[in-house]
Ligand binder design. Structure first.
Ligand SMILES: [Zn+2]
Ligand SMILES: [Zn+2]
Length: 443
């Protein structure tokens, strides 16, 4: 390597490095953001918003009150926004209004389940509950918005605030993408509250972090009749039972043991009397994989096994993958470039010991739809475990609770990621940031 090449590499590295905190960089200093987010006035404001949303949970595409609350708060801050985007979604804009654009995303929907936690701000809507922390996600993004708006004149580009509907199976992110919510966006950051990660810490990884997910439903039809005269019937109960056993063999016998996959049956409906064989049984469930190939292979084999195994017991079967109501979620794959950026920024705010490695899990997130159009996507987990207060119940439990002490961390981190990303973009205008060629690679 010649001298000029050395110089070029040094210059390139200088261009690509993000502005260190508090080092006299021209932009705002993210190290201050956590202190700001922890100030009682801002922290308590976020807690209040989270509790208001918690009391009135709304399901996917019905987040009208939540959306109204978001718009009112953005309006009070003087942040301009677009609405409606994807039915109830809101798209706020902070900064210059010009490129580059970096997006921060929060999901707004609740779950169709009854809250069992007895507390002052328990859900007031029977059969609906924020049991996945999305009320906290909205509060944190509003907190980040407030911090960013306080520094709007220093932003070297534009932060796009995405409040999206229907993460829980409804594919709200897909509709946001289709509505153009991330048009021209260069990078997007999302987070999820985690009951496994300690308060003040985050967990993340480069590459695949959450699986691709699909649902299926099958109607297995036979011929009903008297339970004591099975010879005159075609029994769909037995056929469905054999179908389920056969489906369990897809992962254990056909998948590479080192390629994580799941097939789970969650639904079995059939019959209503002890002495009647029904005409039909409905089964359903979900399947998960990281790579597109494994996901498509599972989908094909699920249909073949259901139809083929049902026919062994003389039944017919129709399989529906519910693509309209629950679109397949792609796997969530983190950009390696943004991972380096995140480790640096989060480590600077929380301490490097509090930036932990996340093992991939077979859960799914519709955040993955953004990676279809946004060049760089990054999703991480925000800790809220505090053992001195006892263990927290996991997401989707009727006993799920948020440790509200986590809210300032999420607000500060999201604001910091956006600000430092924009600063990095500007400093790299003469030498573009290293784009992760395999940003969408899969496990
Ligand atoms: Zn959830
Ligand atoms: Zn969730």
């Amino acid at each position: 390597m010649g001298f000029s090449k050395h110089v070029a590499v040094v210059l390139f590295l200088l261009h690509c490095s993000f502005a260190p905190f508090g080092s006299g960089s021209s932009g705002p200093e993210p190290a201050r953001f956590l202190r700001r987010a922890k100030e009682p006035e801002l922290a308590e404001w976020m807690v209040g918003i989270r509790r208001r949303i918690h009391e009135k949970p709304e399901l996917g595409y019905e987040e009208f009150e939540t959306s109204r609350l978001v718009r009112e708060e953005l309006g009070r801050m003087g942040i301009r926004y677009e609405h409606p985007v994807a039915v109830t979604g809101v798209r706020g804009l902070v900064g210059s209004g010009n490129p580059p654009f970096v997006a921060l995303r929060a999901d707004m929907d609740a779950l169709a389940m009854q809250e069992s936690v007895e507390w002052e701000h328990k859900s007031k809507v029977s059969g609906k509950m924020h049991a996945c922390g999305h009320d906290g996600h909205v509060a944190m993004l509003l907190g980040a918005a407030k911090i960013l708006q306080e520094h709007r004149d220093e932003l070297k580009g534009t932060v796009v605030l995405l409040f999206q509907p229907a993460e829980e199976g409804g594919g709200g992110a897909k509709k946001m993408v289709e509505a153009g919510a991330v048009k021209d966006v260069d990078a997007i950051f999302g987070l999820h509250l985690s009951t496994d990660v300690p308060i003040g810490a985050v967990a993340c990884r480069a590459g695949p972090v959450l699986a691709a997910s699909g649902f299926f439903k099958a109607v297995i039809s036979g011929k009903g009749g008297h339970a004591a005269l099975p010879q005159h019937t075609i029994d769909p109960i037995l056929a469905a039972a054999n179908v389920i056993v056969s489906l369990q063999q897809l992962v254990s016998r056909e998948a590479d043991p080192l390629d994580s996959q799941v097939v789970t049956i969650t639904k079995y409906e059939g019959g209503s009397a002890f002495n009647v064989i029904p005409d039909a049984v409905i089964i359903g469930g979900t399947f998960r994989a990281f790579s597109k190939e494994s996901f498509n292979q599972l989908k094909q084999r699920i249909e073949e096994v259901i139809v083929g195994q049902a026919s062994v017991q003389r039944c017919s079967a129709a399989v529906d993958f519910l693509a309209e109501e629950s679109p397949f979620f792609p796997s969530t794959v983190n950009s390696r470039t943004l991972h380096g950026h995140f480790e640096k920024v989060a480590g600077g705010i929380l301490g490097t010991e509090n930036v932990r490695e996340k093992t991939p899990v077979m859960g799914a997130e519709d955040f993955s739809f953004y990676s279809d159009v946004v060049p760089e996507t990054y999703f991480y987990f925000l800790g809220m475990k505090n053992e001195t207060r006892g263990a927290l119940h996991p997401g989707h439990s009727p006993y799920y609770e948020i440790n509200e002490d986590a809210l300032p961390y999420g607000a500060a981190l999201q604001a910091s990621m956006a600000v430092t990303y924009l600063s990095g973009m500007i400093s790299s205008t003469t030498a573009p940031l290293v784009k992760e060629v395999a940003a969408h690679d899969e496990l």
